[in-house]
Each structure stands twice: as C-alpha cells, then as structure tokens.
Write a protein that binds this ligand. Sequence first.
Ligand SMILES: Nc1ncnc2c1ncn2[C@@H]1O[C@H](COP(=O)(O)OP(=O)(O)OP(=O)(O)O)[C@@H](O)[C@H]1O
Ligand SMILES: [Mg+2]
Length: 216
Amino acid sequence: MIQLFNVYKTFGSKNPALIDVSLKINKGEFVFITGPSGAGKTTLLKIIFCAEKPTSGHALVNGRNLNRIKDRELSLLRRRIGVVFQDFKLLPGRNVFENVALSLEIMGVPLSMIRKKAHQTLRYLGLAKKEDYYPPQLSGGEQQRVAIARAIINNPLILLADEPTGNLDPDLTMEIMALLREIHSKGTTVIVATHSQELLKDTTRRIVALNKGRIV
Ligand SMILES: Nc1ncnc2c1ncn2[C@@H]1O[C@H](COP(=O)(O)OP(=O)(O)OP(=O)(O)O)[C@@H](O)[C@H]1O
Ligand SMILES: [Mg+2]
C-alpha cells in the first residue's frame, strides 16, 4: 500500500526533516509513528498524503510513484486518503453537516448522495444530533469526531491521523482510539502519528519510531 525508499526531505537549508527513511506499510495495517517533537512525524504523513514530495528517494502510495505522478492522478489519489489533524481544522463558520459534506461537494458528488453519506457517517460517529451545531459549540472530543467523520466520509483506503488525541482528556482519548481501531477493522489502513507514550503503552500494533528524521 505504502512504500518509501531512502526518502530524504529537506526544507530550505535546515537539517533534513527526514533522513534515509525506508518503510513498507501493508494494506490493512494499523501503524503508529512515534518520536519526540521535531522528529519528522508530520513530515512523513505529509509525504504519504502527497502534500510534500521527497527531496530525494521514492515514495509509492497505492502503486503510484509520487515523484512521477501527474496532477490529475494526484488529486484522485488524495481523495482516497483521509486525514485527521491535531488541531481539527474544522471550518468554524460552517455547521457539522457542512464541514463533513464539504469534500464531497468539492468532488461534485450529487447533493442527494452527499446528504445520504453525511447523515450516515455522522450517525456512525454518534453525531446525528449535532448536525446543526457549529464547531465552537462542540466539545473537543466531538470536534475530533467531526474531523474523523470528514476524513472517512469518502471511504478512504488510508486514514492518516496526526496526534488525533493531542488535546483530549484520557477518556476521550480512549474513545477516539477505539473509533480508529473500529475504522481499521473495516479494512482501512490506519497510520497514527503521536509523541504520546501513553497511547503506545499496551498496544500490540507496529510502532515506527523516528528520531531527528531517522527511523530508529
Ligand atoms: N514547512 C516546513 N518548513 C520548514 N521546516 C519544516 C517544515 N515542516 C517541518 N519542518 C521542520 O522539519 C522538522 C520535522 O518537523 P515535523 O513537523 O515533521 O516534526 P514532528 O515529529 O511532527 O513534531 P511534533 O511532534 O512537534 O508535531 C522540524 O525541524 C521542523 O522545523
Ligand atoms: Mg507533528
């Protein structure tokens, strides 16, 4: 599903954010990316999301070589990848339904289909009663669930979650992690970046540890 070969990523003249990273993630895996602040976790997710290209090395995502992919193919590929950011990145001026529906709208999906998918996804995440709420009226856990709804509404092949529980208390953290496991159990490849040792304590999942841009 995802293969990185000797990937380097340098921003400007600073020390590289990723150094010689080689990694294979199979279809249907659940993988944690961990490491201290600045280790390169977000950069690695951005490469997989095709938001950044490797400075050198190769990245294959769903069989596509990101160094060679055409813009048209790239936008199709990115539609198959759901992303959850640490700071939610919800649109505060749009309600829950609109936040979740937006990506389908941009793709030109017919309105009746958008309604159906958005209601279904929000119900699945326990947000049916909050469809008309605006993000500032929601709790942190609810906002994160809206962000997850938005990421999975298009049935992505890959779900990338960057510190998905970063701002949440322990109970909500457990709830969000259970949700990610459930999404994984339905066949989605899930990659979670976190610096939290707490999240990794009892896991049996694969953990990829980064330090100063290298896999350790
Ligand atoms: N767009 C950018 N421009 C310049 N430098 C960047 C950029 N993005 C990341 N970096 C640098 O790359 C390094 C790795 O950053 P990255 O965000 O991947 O770390 P991280 O492991 O996600 O850290 P955190 O746990 O704090 O989120 C850092 O030194 C950072 O300053
Ligand atoms: Mg980060």
